[in-house]
Every structure is written in C-alpha cells, then in structure tokens.
Design a binder for this molecule. Sequence first.
Ligand SMILES: Cc1ncc(COP(=O)(O)O)c(C=O)c1O
Length: 504
Amino acid sequence: MNDKSDTAHEGGSPLDPSAEEIRRWGNAAVEAMVEYLSSIRDRRVYPQTTAREIREKLERNLPESGIDFERLLETFKDVIVPLSRHNGHPRMFGYVQAPGTALAALADLLASTLNANLTAWRSAPAAVEIERLTIDWIKQIVGFPAEAGGLFVSGGSMANFAALAAARRAKAPEDLLNKVAQSFPRAMRVYTSTETHHSVAKAAALLGIGRDNVREVAVDERLKIRIDDLEAKIVEDLAAGHLPFCVVGNAGTVNTGACDPLREIGEVARRFNLWMHVDASYGGFAILATSARKLFDGLKEADSIALDPHKWLYLPVDCGCVLYRDAQRARATFAHDAEYTRVMAQEADEAFAFWDYGPDLSRRFRALKVWMILKGVGLRALGAAIEKDLACARHLEGLVRASEDFEMLAPVELSIFCFRHVLPRFKPALARADEAERRRVEEELDAWNERLLVELQRDGSSYLSNARVGGRFSLRGCVMNYRTTLRDMEILLEDLRRLAERLR
Ligand SMILES: Cc1ncc(COP(=O)(O)O)c(C=O)c1O
C-alpha cells in the first residue's frame, strides 16, 4: 500500500513498512486477538493433535523470500491457535498457569515497539524509571522496606537462581567468588522442604553449591516445613563441619499450595545466621486477598523473595521478579566492571544499572505490562480476582468432601487442589486394616487416576495436571484465572464422572 505521508518507507522494505501497512497489519492482528479472546470459553482446552500433524501444516523450507503479513496471520489463526493449549480457558487448571490479559498483550506490543533495552538508566531512562516504580510498588505489596532492591527476570526459576547467588555471596567466605567452589573445604548447605520447586535444587547445582547440599526438610500433615526437623538438620550439619548458609521457605508450594510458617523460619534463620529466601513465585500475590493475607505473616522478614507477576498478576509469560532486602548484597554479587559497561559522568540516580543486580545484561521492557496491570486495574480489583480464585478452589474442596466418589489428598490452602477419584469397588478394601491389601488398592487407585487424567486431558473440556502427595498419585488443579467461576468447578467434576463412567 502506498502512503504518501510516509517518508520512512521509500524502498518498500518489509523490514520498514509504511504507516498504512502497520495500521492494516495491526488492525488485523487486534481483530485476531478479539476473535480469540471472545471465543476462548468455547474452545477445547487441549487440542487433539500430534507433532507430525503440526509439522505437516508448517511450510518447512528455509524462506529465501518473504510472504505477506496476511499469510503469516493466517498461519497464526489457522494452525497455531487451534493446535495450542488454551491457557486462558476458564477450565485450564494444569500447572501454575495464568491466562494473560488483553491489557498486558497490548503492553507487550508497545514494549516491543519501543524496544527499550533496560540494561542501565542511560540506555532507557523512562523505561528504567517505570521498572523502578513498579518494583517499588511490589515491595510495598509484600511489606519490604523502601531501601530494598529488585528487578524483573524471566520467571520464578531465574528469581530463585538470582536470590541463591546473592545468598551465597553474602554468606560465603570473601574469596569464594574468585576461586572455584572446591577450594572451600566446607560444604555450603541450603535447607528447604521436600515440597520445594525443583528450580531451587537446579540453582544450587548451577551455582556450584551442589544439589546434594540442598537438605530436604520433612513436612507436617499440611505439607508445611517442620521447624523441628529444620533445626535438627542445621545442628547436625554444624557438628559435621559444614556451613549452613541459606533456608528457603515456600509461600505456596507448587504441589499443594502449602505456605510454610515464615515467621518461625525467620527466627531460625536469625539464630543460625542464615540467609532467608522465600519462594513466593506461585503464592506471593495472594497477599492481596484478605482471606489469605495471614498466611504471609513473616514474608517481609526475608532477605530475598522470588515472585512471579506472570502467575498471580495474570500477566502473560515472561515476567518473574526478585526482591533483595539489602540491595547492596545483590550488587556485591552481580556487579562486574567492564570498559563497555562503564557509566561515565552521571549522578548516582542516573548511574544506576540493572546489570549490577541480576544475571542479565540486555533486558526487555517487562515493567510496562506490570505497570499497566497495576495502574490500569488497581490493587482492589486484582485482590478481588485472586479472592475469587481462592473461593473456586474452596468450592471444589467442599464438593469433593461432600461426594461419595472423590476424596481430597491435601488440604486447600490457596488455589491448588489435590484429589482423586475413588470407584465404589475400592472403598471396602480402603477401609480394611490389612496393610498389604490396602497398599495393593492404593496402587490400583494410582493407576486408575492416571488413566482418568490422561482421558480428561484428551477430552478437552477441562484440564488438570498431576502431583504426588504422600506418595499417592493425585489429580491436581490450580485456579489462577479471572474467567473461572464456581460453576466451572462443578463442570470439572461432571467431566471426570462422565469419563470415569466411560473408562470403567
Ligand atoms: C513455587 C514455584 N516456584 C518456582 C516456579 C518456577 O517459576 P517459572 O516457571 O516462572 O520459572 C514455579 C512454577 O510453577 C512455582 O510454582
């Protein structure tokens, strides 16, 4: 299309489209977005497809010359959308999956348009100030002091990694950063419950702390860390000559949503001079919901917190967040002098660089979508949406407890629910005292629920994932979607009953 007012696109390069083309492409893309979002409830959550089918639908030749935007959009609409799992569907209960929001999708579009690179203040002055402001808001949400620091990273795994790096730097002997970890004769020990997300052990391995130096602490019947076992393991390690340096508490475990007793963990951390990190990637923003707030008592005592705005702020991936109580500890970990990053002739505020506080150099403008959701929706409405998610999970728990054919495998603490289907023929054997018989039936039930889960995922009306709870196979769901209603929880059980009837 020609646009005479457009002087930037004289050569007709697809890399530099005219204003009119951008408008046309943009309108068509927004139309596709509207069509998708307005039909999301009517779609199957999961597609019936195979890798082969998808590959066959994609032109696979290395493209020598380009094609029109309309054809690119056609592939998005006709192949990518129908052959995707719909994370915004109100009955997508698998994993810890947020739906995204239209507002944040537009924020991502604008962030990519500006293509700000948030390395340092001088590279992206306004964008860096937006990130500093939104980090400041998140600090206020969790009760961190004004002088605390933090930044956005790709997700919760990277936030745990950055926090563990800062913990190691803060508690390790001075020269450990410059020498290999093996030069230090004492094993540096991290303590965390058996329910902790695997990203903590992965971070320990990548940081040279060693997976084996992550001590798994036992949990109680509510799947929360046992403080007596935590203390016992620390004492045992001290006696063996190791260096206990960090404890990781959970503000919502990935399996069942259990929140550890953070205040008590803080007391142990202070007593033994440990860094206290809290993995609040899943649960952290539930502090905005009145009914859950008390679970986060003690969160603000942490030395670092991992949060995931791409979970319970409903944002699209990717956006994690790490907060450090003492920003200088993070700076001591990540700052690295190089001539190409030297900041020249600037005041302290403008000499600020995010590369001093995290592992990345180039960083996208994640803060724009965080700013837009917080400013555009507000804490009151976000808190109400989270409260509704919690109510949905509690409703499911109530339905299961009142039923004859389902049973809960863990208490609902936040919005995660773990349960299983129990066929009537299993019931008498489960009630019997004989251990061997009971174990055999438990194994059958595990296998039955696994079959049921696979069938549910194939069926497409609702989607759950799985967990092991106390050694048992569990159907596991997580409500993290402002579209989900109490009725959706009932439909989930109806779907499972329908499929159980078909399978047995
Ligand atoms: C408790 C917890 N920690 C960490 C993570 C990892 O977060 P991400 O997937 O953003 O890396 C998750 C993901 O579900 C989680 O639930």
